[in-house]
Design a protein around this ligand. Structure first.
Ligand code: P1T
Length: 415
């Protein structure tokens, strides 16, 4: 029947037409209420159509949930929709981590077009989120049957996943050894260093601190949304994620470029035993379409990087103006920088605010904010509790709620 897609298309259109008052959205697989998917509301909004603002509700800016890009895809609904047949790619991973060769081609083309990575001569592997690839790479870079395990380190403040994974998976051949600062004077062999650039939580561009042989460059945020691109990254091991490129965190898709074939083969072995290959084929089919849209819109008014940069630049500016109106808090220092993508010097547009509580008595900054109705992330970075992280990546509702709750704290009589 040539119109077998009609039901799916009509259902998708009907659900997309459910407005949820602009403070939520409905999904085709949402919980049904009278046969219609319910609205799933942004934090602090409720009601069948998300039109009710809860009083006294905390601003939740704890996670780097990239919903700031949701409006972009709503604006590109027709180009981004994908219909998959019920028999779409039912097989297990066949060869080479069950990678979509078209997706591989388009990802390499995108890096070349954006100019944020050199991918020639490097193997590409897909993972269920770049999170799955992080431990796969630690395993692959650890020496086999070495007399002592590799030391896994990162520079403070670091993304908590590195420590959490390394300790939980507790491999024989690697061990979490904390901050690079502790090891600067030691013998650099048998270290695996995570370098996050731009960094999470302070959004600065980082290089290796130890200068050792095994470095995992986590470039989750090395896209023009979040930072100037001074030059293409060209490292032996680099990870990226669709979560921060297109905002599709729920699709669980990340990738790594790996120069060394032996490391690539060990990562592939890990993925086979961990999940019979990396990311699902359904996810790859869906995301291939999004990469095509991103590529097609580069340089036009529909350029996702222009959308993301402008959104985050404005948020950062508003937050800076508010925080600088008092001495109670301070933010990380970010400077305008020349960007090879936009071909101009551009303002900062960080994914996160790394907020410091300056008052002597405010030793736990996350607690100070929590009392003021703001949920932030104050632990896990290896840093002092005088700092806490504010996510700038969520919806407009989340960001406006943050400003609303932060204002009285900044101008509080406690000062
Ligand atoms: C969502 C958050 N971090 C995602 C993240 C990830 C995870 O990305 P995934 O591809 O979605 O698994 C990897 N690397 C860095 C530096 C990250 O910050 C967060 O910190 O709240």
């Amino acid at each position: 029947d040539p119109s077998w897609t009609r039901r799916a298309a009509e259902e998708a259109e009907a659900v997309a037409a459910i407005s949820c008052s602009g403070h939520g959205r409905a999904y085709v697989d949402g919980v049904l209420d009278n046969g219609r998917p319910m609205c799933e509301c942004n934090t602090c909004y409720t009601g069948t159509d998300c039109s009710v603002l809860l009083s006294n509700c905390s601003a939740d800016v704890e996670s780097g949930d990239p919903l700031f890009l949701e409006p972009y895809w709503m604006q590109h609904a027709a180009k981004s929709a994908v219909v998959l047949s019920g028999w779409h790619r039912m097989s297990y991973a066949t060869t080479d981590n069950s990678k979509s060769l078209e997706l591989e081609k388009h990802i390499r083309t995108l890096h070349a077009a954006v100019g944020n990575a050199i991918t020639d001569g490097k193997y590409l592997v897909f993972g269920m989120g770049s999170t799955q690839l992080l431990n796969a790479l630690v395993y692959a870079l650890s020496p086999e049957n070495a007399s002592s395990p590799a030391s896994v380190v990162a520079t403070v403040p670091y993304y908590s996943m590195y420590k959490g994974q390394t300790e939980l998976f507790n491999g024989r051949d690697y061990e979490w050894k904390g901050a690079t600062a502790k090891w600067m004077k030691s013998n650099k062999t048998n270290f695996i260093e995570f370098v996050t650039s731009p960094n999470n939580p302070d959004c600065l561009l980082y290089n290796s601190a130890l200068g050792g042989s095994s470095v995992i460059y986590d470039h989750a945020y090395y896209w023009p949304h979040f930072t100037a691109i001074p030059e293409p990254a060209d490292e032996d091991v680099m990870t990226f994620t669709m979560s921060k490129l297109s905002g599709h965190a729920g699709s669980r898709f990340g990738w790594a470029f790996i120069k060394d074939e032996n490391v690539y083969n060990k990562v592939s072995d890990y993925l086979h035993y961990n999940s019979v290959g990396g990311a699902s084929r359904d996810t790859q089919s869906r995301l291939l379409n999004y990469v095509k849209v991103i590529l097609a819109e580069i340089g036009s008014d529909g350029d996702i990087f222009k959308f993301g940069f402008n959104k985050l630049r404005k948020r950062w500016h508003k937050l800076q103006v508010l925080v600088s109106s008092s001495s109670r808090f301070s933010l990380q220092q970010l400077s305008p920088q020349y960007c090879t993508y936009f071909k101009k010097i551009r303002d900062p547009s960080p994914a996160y605010a790394w907020l410091k509580c300056e008052n002597e008595e405010d030793t736990n900054c996350a607690e100070v904010l929590m009392k003021g109705g703001i949920i932030s992330r104050g632990t896990g970075f290896g840093a002092s509790t005088r700092y806490t992280r504010l996510s700038l990546l969520k919806t407009d509702d989340h960001f406006e709620m943050l400003l609303q709750k932060l204002k009285p704290l900044v101008t509080s009589p406690d000062e």
